[in-house]
Design a protein around this ligand. Structure first.
Ligand code: 13P
Length: 259
């Protein structure tokens, strides 16, 4: 992390978990553990049906509400879709795009990830753009080439002003939900590479200011070491974000003190 230049963000991704009735007890419990800090932004990307409850109840625990997906279209006959305008109108501030689960189970292409990214920025929502290699790609030595391609594709047509409203998350697919975390060296190596790609595309100042998160089996035990890396500015947390105490421990691991 380098809080002097960029925001530290701990974002939870609830995926398809939790009911509306779970939000209140979750926030109540989290409140008891969470450090009162301004140095770390706490985001929870919840299922669409939980957004209203999280917006209403999350404030007490200083939770900023995020979504998990968005349509590339702005309005019209797209049954089942939710637009960036609708998310912005509801009060959502962040939205995950390009998660490997959507790329894999919903065949989302890099072009679609780019369209969603731009739709979000246009409506003032910060995209959390996920990139990451498979185990096979890592073993074949293709990690950096793949990351390079995904980052550039997601940001096609995004200018430097728009980039200020973007966050990138490095999520190696082999580490998601597997309990197999990247070592802090592996996480740092790829997050640093992402920063170099941003520098190449947008210049040194943009590279220094963009927050880059690590995601993939980050938990209460390994968070401190991962977050201590200079180019890891926070975490995107799945399983551990469902447990208030663990999630709060990860927030504390950013070094966030009670103020
Ligand atoms: P886990 O923390 O459960 O591995 O999930 C990571 C993730 O996919 C966050 O988006």
């Amino acid at each position: 992390m380098n809080p002097k230049y960029r925001k530290t963000i701990i974002a939870g991704n609830w995926k398809m978990n939790m009911l509306v009735s779970d939000v209140k007890p979750f926030v109540e419990e989290l409140k008891g553990y969470i450090p009162k800090t301004k140095t770390c932004e706490t985001v929870l990307c919840v299922p669409a049906v939980n957004i209203a409850a999280m917006l209403k109840l999350g404030k007490e625990a200083r939770i900023v509400c995020g979504a998990q997906d968005v349509s590339k279209y702005d309005k019209g006959a797209y049954t089942g879709e939710i637009s960036a305008s609708q998310l912005a109108d509801a009060g959502v501030k962040y939205c995950i795009v390009g998660h490997s689960e959507r790329r894999e189970y919903h065949n989302e292409s890099d072009m679609l990830v780019n369209a969603k990214t731009r739709a979000l920025i246009e409506k003032g929502i910060c995209p959390i753009i996920c990139v990451g290699e498979s185990l096979e790609q890592r073993e074949m030595g293709l990690t950096m080439a793949h990351i390079n391609y995904q980052v550039r594709a997601a940001l096609a047509g995004v200018d430097v002003t728009m980039l200020r409203h973007c966050v990138i998350a490095y999520e190696p697919i082999w580490a998601i939900g597997t309990g197999k975390t990247a070592t802090s060296d592996q996480a740092e190596e790829v997050c640093r590479e992402i920063r170099l790609i941003i520098r190449d595309m947008y210049g040194a100042r943009a590279a220094r200011s963009i927050s880059i998160l690590y995601g993939g089996s980050m938990n209460a035990k390994n968070a401190a070491e991962l977050l201590a890396q200079p180019d890891v500015d926070g975490g995107l947390i799945g399983g551990a974000s469902l447990k208030p105490q663990d999630f709060a421990t990860i927030i504390s691991a950013t070094g966030a003190d009670n103020e």
